[in-house]
Ligand binder design. Structure first.
Ligand code: KG4
Ligand code: ZN
Length: 343
């Protein structure tokens, strides 16, 4: 039995997964409401709350699985990327639990965790490599080739905001709460997605685009700065009364531009890789328009259940099955890393 712990952002999570990838229990305590009034995650507040919640979350996961710590054979925690202060809470708790019993330890990369969410058994899973993986959350947006269980090759990532962040910033401009992705989708449902030709949208393409943008669009990297600015300007140019009236059209056009950007690059990554199978993860995978469009790509598509798409610890325990095992006490000096490669 593997105990996984995840505290890279604002979710305090613990889960138990068997060595065969069967999910025994997964507990996620979200702090989203605590951060909502600040319009984003406040790192210091996140760390403090992880500290308050971590023991109770681990206890609850054990209780739900009908286990005690005596039943754990391997402990795993997210090492990065993420907020270092937040990561250190989960990493330290995991190291302490492992060290007290001289158990082996696995340090897991958060993005490898999102990939490994596909390897959890149950509800349509496991979905095994090889496949192309699109991860789109509030913190990251990337395309990866996944050819084995223990690694992935990033072929495209965002040059500025993550897709979820773009949804959240758009939602904020439209006066919706934080995080605003789901609210923006709900508003968009009543709108016309061709009303505004935002950068990268099908509507813009239909009107013909500049050669420079056409060249950019051939790559696999994402950029959401343009569509964000376009929404800001569109709002500025509308008279107050019309802003309300056209809110649904603005939301629908904005969502269409983001979805088109995700879809186009995913389609090209699939084509270039020859892998012919697609998995999607991250909170943005909940978006109905994105799912509908991805479903039209005509390749086998796996979207883990929602609780496995958003940040959770089951994906960390799942990744730990294939990660390097560090024997006691080799892991005691492990440090967290904020971004990029392992430190
Ligand atoms: O993976 P996640 O729960 O947390 C991390 O960021 O790691 O992703 C949260 C993000 C937020 O930006 C949220 O606005 C977005 O996913 N999101 C959505 C939807 N539901 C959540 N974006 C678009 N449409 C949705 N239905
Ligand atoms: Zn994540």
């Amino acid at each position: 039995m593997i105990l996984g712990i995840e505290t890279s952002c604002d979710e305090t999570a613990a889960a138990l997964v068997t060595r065969d990838g069967e999910l025994a229990a997964s507990v996620v305590a979200s702090q989203a409401e605590l951060h909502a009034r600040f319009g984003g995650v406040v790192p210091e507040i996140a760390s403090r709350h992880h500290l308050e919640l971590i023991d109770a979350v681990i206890d609850e996961a054990l209780r739900r699985a009908g286990l005690t710590l005596e039943g754990i054979e391997l402990v795993a925690a997210t090492q990065g990327p993420g907020l270092v202060g937040a990561l250190l809470v989960g990493l330290s708790a995991a190291k302490a639990l492992a060290a007290a019993r001289e158990l082996p330890f696995a340090a897991v990369d958060h993005l490898q965790g999102h990939v490994a969410a596909n390897f959890v058994r149950g509800d349509g899973g496991p979905f095994e490599p090889p496949f192309v993986c699109l991860i789109a959350s509030g913190g990251h947006t990337l395309l990866a080739h996944v050819r084995s269980h223990d690694g992935f090759e990033v072929v495209g990532s965002t040059l500025d905001d993550a897709a979820g962040e773009a949804f959240d910033k758009g939602a904020r401009m439209l006066g919706l709460g934080y995080p605003g992705g789901a609210a923006l989708e709900a508003l968009a449902a009543g709108g016309d997605q061709t009303a505004f030709a935002f950068p990268g949208s099908p509507a813009e393409r239909a009107r013909g685009r500049s050669p420079s943008r056409a060249a950019f669009a051939e790559g696999l990297d994402f950029s959401f700065a343009g569509v964000k600015t376009a929404l800001l300007y569109a709002l500025r140019e509308l008279p107050e009364a019309e802003r309300q009236e056209r809110a649904a059209d603005l939301a629908a056009s904005y969502q269409a531009a983001i979805v088109e950007s995700l879809l186009g690059r995913t389609a090209r990554a699939l084509e270039a890789s020859g892998l012919g199978r697609l998995a999607v993860g991250g909170g943005v995978a909940a978006n109905g328009e994105l799912r509908r469009r991805l479903g039209g790509l005509e390749v086998p598509l796996h979207v883990p259940e929602r609780a496995l798409c958003t940040d959770n610890a089951a994906m960390i325990a799942s990744a730990a099955r294939f990660a390097e095992r560090l024997e006691y006490p080799r892991y005691l000096a492990l440090d967290a890393y904020a971004s990029g490669e392992r430190g």
